[in-house]
Design a protein around this ligand. Structure first.
Ligand SMILES: Cc1cn([C@H]2C[C@H](O)[C@@H](COP(=O)(O)OP(=O)(O)OP(=O)(O)O)O2)c(=O)[nH]c1=O
Length: 198
């Protein structure tokens, strides 16, 4: 049985889009970058922590038979990691930093079972248009920034801020589907994944 260890409605939507059957586990793990930890190592570790926390929630045979998927998405600019904004001022400041620049979106996916684990990090590059103060304020006022790494959502109004994307649209949105399906397929033969990525 596949479990998605996530409270994110986007991840649920994306995994459904991939045609994979799963159940949801609500996990809450601290997201705190350690001193000297690279953005890539950080995003991978948090995805792993979420998957492991999900596995811990399960008991007995449910755990033995489980594959738990954890994921994490962060926006990275100049080596700095932008998580979810804490308030409107924080969201505005993030958008100001991203304005007119190219940043990376790192999305990690991690699979954990009792006997094995495996993960992957998908890195995309996103170029933002130059946003003046009025444009930033209008976007923050839309409410879309909240709960989103880097204070924007590619799947919403945020798409109008993006000049160029290189990489994975689903990865930017929160779960890189190509990598996810490939990992699932290689992880255990009894998992039913759609044929497209064979
Ligand atoms: C960049 C970007 C991020 N996001 C979202 C995806 C993630 O939900 C969120 C990043 O926060 P995460 O900490 O990766 O995930 P989460 O706390 O929302 O969910 P959970 O830990 O329970 O799985 O930002 C978008 O929806 N669109 C975007 O364009």
């Amino acid at each position: 049985m596949l479990y998605l260890a996530s409270q994110s409605p986007r991840r649920r939507e994306l995994l459904e889009q991939a045609g994979v059957a799963f159940s949801v586990l609500n996990v809450d793990v601290p997201e705190q970058r350690a001193d000297g930890e690279s953005p890539q190592d950080y995003v991978q570790r948090v995805a792993r922590d979420k998957a492991r926390a999900g596995l811990e929630c399960l008991k007995g045979n449910d755990r033995v038979d489980a594959i738990v998927l954890g994921a994490d998405t962060e926006v990275v600019l100049d080596g700095e990691v932008f998580g979810k904004p804490v308030d409107a001022a924080d969201a505005g400041a993030m958008l100001q930093r991203l304005s007119g620049r190219t940043h990376e979106v790192m999305s990690a996916v991690w699979l954990a079972a009792v006997d094995r684990e495996r993960g992957e990090v998908c890195v995309s590059r996103v170029r933002f248009a130059a946003l003046d103060e009025a444009a930033r304020a209008a976007y923050v006022a839309s409410g879309e920034s909240f709960g989103k790494a880097g204070a924007y959502a590619i799947q919403g109004l945020g798409a109008t801020l993006i000049e160029y994307l290189e990489g994975s649209y689903s990865g930017v949105m929160g779960l890189p589907l190509f990598e996810t399906v490939r990992l699932l397929r290689n992880f255990r033969a009894d998992i039913t994944v759609p044929p497209a990525a064979r």
